[in-house]
Design a protein around this ligand. Sequence first.
Ligand code: ADP
Ligand code: MG
Length: 790
Amino acid sequence: MVKETIRVYARVKPLGRRQQAGIYSVDNDEKSLSSLEIIVPRDLADGFVNNKQESYKFKFQKIFDQEAKQDVVFDNIAKPVAECVLAGYNGTIFAYGQTGSGKTFTITGGAERYSDRGIIPRTLSYIFDQLQKDGSKVYTTHVSYLEIYNECGYDLLDPRHEASRLKDLPKVTIMEDPDQNIHLKNLSLQQATNEEEALNLLFLGDTNRMIAETPMNQASSRSHCIFTIHISSKEPGSATIRHSKLHLVDLAGSERVAKTGVGGHILTEAKYINLSLHHLEQVIIALAEKNRSHIPYRNSMMTSVLRDSLGGNCMTTMIATLSIDRRNIDESISTCRFAQRVALIKNEAVLNEEIDPTLMIIKLKKEIQELKDELVLVTGKERTSELSQEELLKLDELIETFLEDNDPDSTLDVGADMRKIKYCFIHLKLMNDSKMPDKKPLLQHNSEEKDSNKEVGEEELKKLKELLQQRDNEINILVNMLKKEKKRAQEGLFQLNAASAGSTVLEQSLCVNLEESQSPASSSSLKEAKDFSSSVHRPPFLSRQTGGKMSLGCQEAFEVFKQDHGDSIAIEDNKELLKQRFAEAKCLGEKLNKVRNKINHLKGEITQRHIQRAVLAVSSPSEKLNTLDPVEEQLRTQIEEEKKSYKTMFNRLKGLKVEIEHLQLLMEKAKMKLQKDFEIWWSEEAQKLQQEKPEMVSSSNTVTVYPQLRKPSQHLSINSFSETTRVSPSEDPAGKNNSIASSNPISKTRTPSSSSTSVPLTGDSQADADILAFMKARQNILQKKGLGNK
Ligand code: ADP
Ligand code: MG
């Protein structure tokens, strides 16, 4: 058992270009806790007649100032937790802070650079690396990704995410078993056998989260996300299994409602968020207080899910993310205050070990067989559980003869078999009860005699029998336990099956199994390394189904929009980097191939040497052949050296593979974001246009510039817009009004009542709407770029 307080770290986000720094100082003491001092100048405008500064001091395990890089944060914060999880303890790392303070950046990572990857991808990499190194145990790993939004849970790995709207997805609900353990219904556990599979799942979840987000509804700041890695391990042959889980939590923004100053739907959300963070605070206050028996975990979903992480069986770490510019000083102080309270909480982590009932049954069955064998040895007879018909008849006969025999010395000898003895007793008892009550003393006498004859053997038999009975009971209990487990797992299994439809697509991703090429000796090894660049081609599994085709106008506008979009630079940069990495990988693959050939060649030379020496031994047997061959020795040293360089290059190639995959995922995500941003912007433009339509008609001469747009078949398909939207669980009318589906202007243009007759461009109202929307969109973009001629 490990008892310790929650470790609390702080991370200060770098200042933006236009931000003014607040006054703060960091004192990182290597030996004890570090301290952060924030200074707030007294505001003279408030009527204070002094300009004394106020200072706030907070203690942290360590403080990561603006320039701290992701690898340092990982090494200091996440690595120790990951190590505990690998050892069989539960772990949690959660980020707390206002929106924009760097929670997602710290937990998941930045979307642009490989070096910006956050705690989750780095932890996955570290864990799978360690698992691979440890050959002494059998490990299984699963991941789950839960989003909690307005007190409802959603499975971010649910493959239905892409096709259906969030509100139509099954909600993840909390169930408590009689032992007060929390189970999450409808949350899928997806197996990830390696880093790559786990990363794919992470990106899939992140993309699902992004898709569901709309500008009305920047859910990422209002929802909590919990990425969980489940590890179970077992030593081969042992019945003990260790289970542990690591929660990596990106909490909702901690800012207060009063400050956001918004109304309607967003306020409802903000209240919810505050409510759920408020409940978190309540739990933390209750935990920090001594002698508090009731901890209000059940008040919110998030505190229920994280119950073990707060004051329970878990090693927990918190990262307070701070945005230390002047405007956010108040929020930073409140984040630090929260952190100080959290730092008081004590957790007790225990090793999560349990006996595997299946293995226990196998073990007990083996023991029973041994006992049975022992019985055979004692009795000299193989025994089945039931007496055969033949044996029963023979017994009946024996009993009859015995009863009819008038000789007082006659005995009923059935051998040292408890089944037969029992049968005789029952038989006699029945006879005695019904017909021959007067024969009772005789029977007793007889059996006593027999007992004395068989005393020794029976005693032993009895003992063995008892043992058998005991084992049978144990097996029954274990079988029941298994049944219960199975029943419980069935629901989860059902979800897993549903989810596997999605994961098969993931399975199609990278097929290069570099592990196989570990040993230079394996013949197929480097063929794969050689084909590296061509096979690392990821199917666009993340790309969303857009449903219908974009119309030409829409496509053209998208092209222009793309060039203007901020992310396009990052996409281009990554594309360039990816090209470089591919080239590097290809080059390395070729080099590896050469080294392998060289090793094989050297091996061939050694074989040649052996043959030569063998021939020499035959032709001149007097030569001493036991002495070492210096040439061979030299060849062996050379092989060793080549192997070393092979290994170095191989590891580099492996690293490259991970980097390439990560970059591909980043690009895929950025592309989807671009598409989504465009869709939103396009629908906004179309809506504006709808209102200004008469004006646009007057400039209809420009339409001739794009004659191809006149084709009536090319419509801006309504399906090309995301219909994914979040609706608050309360389904309040305000919420509905804010949802993008209802405000989607395209759907409005499609209604027959629209004033399409007043815009006689092509005669096709839908095509006209497209054309006009495009013209307006293009003009807007050009104006934004400073190219427009108004
Ligand atoms: P939050 O999740 O707390 O709302 P984000 O992680 O999304 O905040 O951060 C907001 C912005 O600041 C993002 O663009 C992110 O890339 C950037 N950012 C945050 N922390 C850092 C950091 N330590 N270094 C560089 N950029 C950062
Ligand atoms: Mg965030």
